[in-house]
Design a protein around this ligand. Structure first.
Ligand code: SAH
Ligand code: SF4
Ligand code: F3S
Length: 447
């Protein structure tokens, strides 16, 4: 037990940045730490161990982490036995590890995305020798099962079905930091899923950078739709979400499965990135706007009430006004309920970093404004038109208005309605009465 190195039981503070995969890794890190005797705290000042589980997807994410690490210097001066660690996607890049080594001497522990199961050994090494432990990043491309986990929620759970990514979209760092695509065995996923349902979890979100290529490389042939059918056969009152779907691999079989399985939420996050075929090609996305729209049409016909959300990159190198207008056009055609928009961020080592990028940041920011305005007009009107519907929601959290709670609809929209907080984690029936921007408002209905 590592706790033997401490006079009083040690406390760990773990903060995860970035995507749900990383959040789920953070839950495993807490589980591993708890297993070796750490308590978990949520203030930096109380911690004996601070771990930042980082994201490298955009420069801004990295700058934020460096800012937050810088702020820890004072804490370390006040408490010399404090251990400061950096892990996750940033720590998977050699130049970042070098920067931490050179310029942040008070960072004690550095390891990449595949190090969680070895964390107790690394900590022991650091505590025993009293020296910094900084790993040179390498890719293990491992699938580690049976790791302890301390989940953040008692009713919603993340369930990774695959790790890594082989798509190499030209702007994206993820394949370099998360390694090669590999799927978990269906039996392991099913066992974890069953366990969650038995424990009363009501919403399971299946995770992967491209869930549609699930199953490649496994011994027995299985694809993502087969996996969904396998999970949906488990009895219980639950719903399943998943992310992310790459449009190039989203099959009609998948759409048919979502349509046929009542446990599946009627919402598809289908990142399009751009509405210009020229840019989609430059991005190495392997689909055209026409193919994407065909898929959306197919889903709309098969799944009544289905909604879509998407990621869009504004200002990819060489994006012209014409390319950008094609994106606006696509956004109008699809009518996304939610859009996650990013200004292109140059990631060294990716192919796009070498592409000429003459557009100024101010121009890109102006395009972003136009995109957000277009999106708001479309989505707010669609959301407002839902008033009058009676829906079932999973109550997630306290609402912003005192005395209210927030519930998430099957289609991923959120409704705020007056109800006691003890409903959090429960299903509720709600009459939709109106909306404020993207937030629906409603009234609880007694069942
Ligand atoms: N695997 C998922 C998401 C990965 S990262 C997918 O393929 O959709 C989440 C989002 O971050 C991406 O969809 C993309 O829109 C955005 N993103 C990735 N790299 C980026 C970069 N260099 N600059 C700006 N946005 C980026
Ligand atoms: Fe990045 Fe593309 Fe892989 Fe998504 S599919 S993680 S955008 S390389
Ligand atoms: Fe970021 Fe790593 Fe996820 S780079 S988006 S935390 S896979």
């Amino acid at each position: 037990m590592l706790a033997a190195y401490y006079e009083t039981p040690p406390l760990a503070f773990v903060r995860s940045y970035g995507c749900q995969q990383n959040v789920n890794d953070g839950e495993k890190i807490r589980g591993v730490l708890q297993d070796v005797g750490f308590g978990i705290c949520d203030t930096l000042e109380d911690a004996d161990l601070i771990l930042f589980n980082t994201c490298a997807v955009r420069e801004h994410a990295e700058q934020r982490v460096f800012g937050n690490i810088g702020a820890l210097k004072k804490l370390k001066e006040q408490n010399p036995r404090l251990i400061i660690g950096v892990c996750g996607c940033m720590a998977q890049q050699p130049h970042i590890v070098e920067k931490l080594r050179q310029s942040y001497p008070y960072v004690d522990l550095v390891f990449g995305v595949d190090g969680i199961d070895r964390l107790p050994a690394m900590l022991a090494e650091r505590l025993r020798r009293g020296k910094r432990y900084l790993e040179t990043p390498e890719q293990r491309n491992a699938v580690v099962e049976e790791m302890p986990i301390r989940r953040d929620s008692g009713f919603r759970a993340w369930l990774p079905i695959m790790y890594g990514c082989d798509n190499f979209c030209t702007y994206c760092i993820v394949p370099y930091v998360r390694g090669r695509e590999r799927s978990r065995e269906p039996d392991a996923i099913l066992a974890e899923f069953r366990d969650l349902i038995t424990k009363g979890y009501k919403e399971i979100t299946l995770l992967g950078q491209n869930v549609n290529s699930y199953g490649k490389g496994l011994g027995n042939p299985i694809d993502f739709a087969d996996l969904l059918n396998l999970l949906c056969a488990v009895p219980g009152d639950y719903q399943i979400r998943f992310m992310t779907s790459h449009p190039k691999d989203a099959s009609r079989k998948l759409i048919d499965t979502i349509a046929a399985q009542p446990h599946m939420c009627k919402h598809i996050h289908l990142p399009v990135q751009s509405g210009s075929n020229r840019l989609l090609q430059q991005m190495n996305r392997h689909y055209t706007v026409e193919q994407y729209l065909d898929l959306v049409d197919y889903a709309r016909n098969k799944i009544p009430g289905v909604t879509f959300s998407s990621d869009i990159i504004v200002g990819f190198p060489g994006e012209t006004e014409e390319d950008f207008e094609a994106t606006l056009e696509l956004v109008r055609k699809v009518g996304y309920m939610q859009l996650f928009t990013f200004i292109y961020s140059k990631r060294n080592g990716t192919p796009a970093a070498k592409m000429p990028d003459p557009t100024t940041h101010a121009e890109k920011a102006a395009r972003m404004e136009r995109l957000l305005r277009t999106q708001d007009e479309i989505a707010f009107a669609a959301i407002a038109s839902m008033a009058g519907q009676n829906v079932r929601v999973l109550v997630e959290a306290a609402g912003r208005t005192p005395g209210t709670v927030n519930g998430r609809l099957d289609n991923n929209l959120v409704v705020e309605f007056p109800a006691p907080e003890m409903l959090i984690g429960q299903w509720a029936r709600v009459n939709l009465t109106g909306s404020r921007a993207a937030l629906l408002t409603g009234e609880l209905v007694d069942e």
